[in-house]
Design a protein around this ligand. Sequence first.
Ligand SMILES: [Zn+2]
Length: 80
Amino acid sequence: MTITYAQAVKMLTLVSKAVPDQLDCDGCFEMLSEFAERELRGDEMSASLKLVEVHLTQCACCRYEYETLVEAIRAADELI
Ligand SMILES: [Zn+2]
């Protein structure tokens, strides 16, 4: 069986989505606000948000973004 390059790329994309054991910074940023809000509310984290948590322990850049975001959310809450 031969597959085309496009099919191979599609398969690899599906595989990487099916097994999201790692998150890049872009993916982390996308979910960061939801993660921060749930963290502050003490809500349960979904599987993908747990990946954010893992990424934050490994990535100083995103952790800084996260801390800034948490401060901003806390500050906003105090205004209400
Ligand atoms: Zn990162």
